[in-house]
Structure formats: structure tokens, C-alpha cells
Write a protein of this length. Structure first.
Length: 116
């Protein structure tokens, strides 16, 4: 993979990760103000984007490992909210949206492997 694509993906990854972490830890974060709609859409889009950008940024590591890490991080954040360690409220729908976004990112790879 050309290095310009690799480093562009890594730069985009850092920007998206910063956006996601700011939203996760900012007590004044208004998920309803997200341009695409409800909070679950924000979770789905972020999980999808992070999984794709991680896979492109680090091509030697399995995208399935990144999808699992994104799901684990999402569950960890939701549990932290449930325990009141960070602001926000626990919602199972958010964790499911994270899983859906990560799964959507690796679904084409699973279908491709199945065809072989």
C-alpha cells in the first residue's frame, strides 16, 4: 500500500479518534445535536469509521481484531457510564450500535472469505 494512503488513513484515524473520545468524555456532549441523527447513529458511524481506518492504517493486523477491539472499547465505555466513572448514561442500544458498526466494516471481508 502506498505510504501516502497509509499515513493519510492514520491522520484521519487520529482525528476521528479524538472526536470520538471528546464525545465520550465531555460531560456537555449533546448526542442529539449530531448531524446524522440519534445517539445510536453516532455510535454506529464512529465504530464503522474507526474499524475501517484502523484496518487501513495497520494492514498487517487482522481487521477482525480491530472490530473486536472497537466492540470491547464500546462496551467498556458503556460499563464505565453505568458505574458513573464517566459522564453519560448506560444504554444497551449504544453498545449494540457499536457492534453493528464494527460488524458492518468487516462484513465484506467475511463474505469475500466465504466465497473462496
Amino acid at each position: 500500500m502506498p505510504s501516502v494512503i497509509l499515513w493519510s488513513a492514520r491522520l484521519a484515524l487520529v482525528a476521528l479518534l479524538a472526536f470520538a473520545l471528546h464525545g465520550a468524555f465531555d460531560p456537555r456532549h449533546n448526542a442529539q445535536a449530531f448531524p446524522l441523527g440519534p445517539d445510536e447513529i453516532e455510535h454506529l458511524v464512529l465504530a464503522y469509521g474507526l474499524t475501517i481506518l484502523l484496518a487501513v492504517s495497520f494492514p498487517r493486523i487482522s481487521p477482525f481484531a480491530f472490530a473486536a477491539a472497537i466492540v470491547a472499547a464500546g462496551v467498556g465505555l458503556e460499563v464505565s457510564q453505568a458505574l458513573k466513572w464517566i459522564s453519560g448514561g448506560y444504554e444497551l442500544r449504544d453498545a449494540l450500535a457499536n457492534a453493528g458498526g464494527a460488524a458492518a466494516a468487516v462484513l465484506p471481508l467475511m463474505l469475500r472469505r466465504k466465497r473462496r
